[in-house]
Design a protein around this ligand. Structure first.
Ligand code: 13P
Length: 259
C-alpha cells in the first residue's frame, strides 16, 4: 500500500538476453500497457546497455520507461567498460539502478561509491534507484534493520526527495532464491526506512517511493503490494517474460486504483 502518488514497478533484466528477445519482450509490454487503457502505476524496464536503443525504439510513445542498471560517477573520461549517467540519458533512460547488491559484492561498491553514483544520476537528470538490503548472516545476527539504516544514511545523497530518488529494499538472501521475508518483516523494514528518510529529508520523504525487491512473482505480488510503505517492486527473474512481469504490474495497478 503506497504513500506515493504512483507506485513504480521496475524490471531489472540484469545480464540476460539478446537484442531480438529484448525487442520482443518490450513489444509485449507495450501491447499489454495499451490494452489496460491507462495505468495507475509507473512501469520501467532496465535492459543491459546494448539493448537500450532497440528497446527505446519499441517503447517510445508508450507508458513504459527506460532505465540503466548502473552508472559511473563521472560523466566521461578514461573509464573502460563503464557508462556515465549522461550517456544513459542520451540513450533515453529516465532512471538508473545504483548500489544493487550484485554490484556491491561483485564490484566491491561501497556506500560512498553508491552515493556518488546516485548524485551523478541526479546531475544527469535521471532518477537513481538506490538499492539497500541485508545479507542472510546479518539478518540471522539480528542486524537487518541496522544494516539497512546504515546503507540508507551513507548511500542516499543529500537533497533526495520524492521527485528525484527511489529506494529499493532488496534483502540479498531473497534475490533469485524464491524466498521472501514475511510480510511483517517487509512492513517493519519499510516503516523504518520511511521514518529514517523523513527524519533526514522532511515531509517530502513521505512520498519517496520505496520499492521491495527479491523473488517478487505473480503469486506474491498482490500481498507485497498491500503492505504499508511498499510503493512498488524491483523485479529480476520474473521481469524477463511479459507473462510473469505483467501480473506484478497489475497487482500494483490494482492496489493503487480507486475502488
Ligand atoms: P529476483 O526478482 O530474480 O529475485 O531479483 C531481484 C533483483 O535483484 C532485482 O533487482
Amino acid at each position: 500500500m503506497t504513500g506515493a502518488s504512483r507506485p513504480l514497478v521496475a524490471g531489472n533484466w540484469k545480464m540476460n538476453g539478446a537484442r531480438a528477445g529484448a525487442v520482443a519482450l518490450a513489444s509485449a509490454l507495450v501491447d499489454r500497457a495499451a490494452a489496460e487503457g491507462g495505468l495507475s502505476c509507473d512501469v520501467l524496464v532496465c535492459p543491459p546497455a546494448h539493448q537500450l536503443f532497440p528497446v527505446l525504439d519499441v517503447i517510445a510513445g508508450s507508458p513504459i520507461a527506460l532505465g540503466g542498471q548502473d552508472c559511473h560517477a563521472r560523466p566521461d573520461g578514461a573509464h573502460t567498460g563503464d557508462i556515465g549517467a549522461e550517456m544513459l540519458g542520451d540513450a533515453g533512460c529516465a532512471y538508473v539502478i545504483v548500489g544493487h547488491s550484485e554490484r556491491r559484492t561483485g564490484h566491491g561498491e561501497t556506500d560512498s561509491v553508491v552515493r556518488e553514483k546516485a548524485a551523478a544520476a541526479r546531475r544527469a537528470g535521471l532518477v537513481p534507484i538506490v538499492c539497500v538490503g541485508e545479507t542472510e548472516a546479518q539478518r540471522d545476527a539480528g542486524r537487518a534493520l541496522r544494516t539497512v539504516e546504515d546503507q540508507l544514511v551513507n548511500s542516499v545523497p543529500d537533497g533526495a526527495g520524492a521527485s528525484n530518488a527511489v529506494v529499493a529494499y532488496e534483502p540479498v538472501w531473497a534475490i533469485g532464491t524464491g524466498r521472501t521475508p514475511a510480510p511483517g518483516e517487509i512492513h517493519e523494514m519499510h516503516g523504518a526506512m520511511r521514518r529514517l528518510l523523513a527524519a533526514r529529508f522532511g515531509p517530502d520523504a513521505a512520498t519517496l517511493r520505496l520499492l521491495y525487491g527479491g523473488s517478487v512473482n505473480p503469486g506474491n505480488a498482490a500481498e507485497i503490494a498491500s503492505i504499508e510503505n511498499v510503493d512498488g517492486a524491483l523485479v529480476g527473474g520474473a521481469s524477463l517474460k511479459a507473462e510473469t512481469f505483467w501480473p506484478i504490474v497489475r497487482a500494483f495497478h490494482d492496489d493503487s486504483s480507486p475502488t
